[in-house]
Design a protein around this ligand. Structure first.
Ligand code: BGC
Length: 249
């Protein structure tokens, strides 16, 4: 069974598991360790190293790590929801130092998007697919006929004078205690704008909240096709592992 190892770094937890590349399923139960409160590069990299050690994976197993920021040739361009000291850091270098071997770095939404196209909700869909993850922030992945355009940051579109994720992320719904109907209005504004800009063939809505898709999709009044993500919160792990195996840079 061809396999790779995936790690997904999030605002509240860091999760890792080996992935069966044939099926896109986790090959063992994932391990989750809370994100260190002071989420500096060294603290986060040490948790990743701990996760890799726990699984005792072989030397040849590719390791992919999904991170909530754009990563250009290994370097973190800016960081919205983790410690600000990540800005400008060479992510792959820090990780490789702690883990003791090379890793592949990838934006978390790109990882999730790639996984959904490869194994999940957008499998076999032709044309432009936009995968958005609604969580602490909003992440985006644009995949055209199976090809990923990396590092899009559509969660930071400025809409009505706001950074979009500050209005429409799932964490904002919880923090402001919004009903699905009220939150749906914000999603309508958000997806309406993205739809106008890109006219995608399909939107995939990911993030933990996608399990409640039926509770809010009726409130998104946008003339486009929407489906919930299938890999839910495993998508980051699976996509990072897949991209590592595919030699993504
Ligand atoms: C970050 C993105 C990330 C998204 C989801 C945004 O704030 O800028 O890079 O994909 O959150 O974690």
């Amino acid at each position: 069974m061809p396999s790779a190892f995936g790690i997904d770094i999030g605002g509240s937890g860091i999760k890792g598991a080996p992935v069966d590349l044939e099926t896109g399923e986790l090959a063992a139960e994932r391990l989750r360790i809370p994100t260190p409160e002071k989420s500096t590069p060294d603290a986060v990299a040490e948790v990743c190293a701990q996760i890799v050690r726990e699984f005792g994976i072989t030397e040849e197993t590719p390791i992919g790590i999904a991170f909530p920021a754009p990563i250009r040739h290994g370097v973190v361009a800016f960081i919205a929801n983790l410690h600000q000291s990540w800005k400008g850091v060479n992510f792959t270098e820090v990780m490789s130092k702690h883990i003791g071997r090379p890793v592949t770095a990838v934006n978390d939404a790109d990882a999730a998007g790639y996984a959904e196209v490869y194994y999940g909700a957008a499998k076999g869909v032709e044309g432009t697919v936009i995968v958005t993850t609604l969580g602490t922030g909003i992440g985006s992945a644009i995949v055209v006929d199976g090809h990923l355009l990396p590092n899009t940051e559509l969660g930071h579109l400025e809409i009505d004078g706001y950074d979009a994720e500050k209005r429409a992320a799932a964490s904002v719904r919880t923090a402001e205690d919004l009903s699905f109907e009220k939150w749906g209005k914000r999603l309508t504004r958000y997806y309406g704008h993205v739809n106008m800009l890109f006219s995608p063939d399909l939107f995939v809505i990911g993030g933990g909240v996608s399990k409640n898709f039926d509770k809010f999709i009726g409130y998104i009044d946008v003339d486009a096709a929407f489906v919930p993500a299938q890999l839910r919160n495993q998508a980051g792990i699976v996509g990072a592992a897949r991209l590592a195996a595919d030699g993504h840079h």
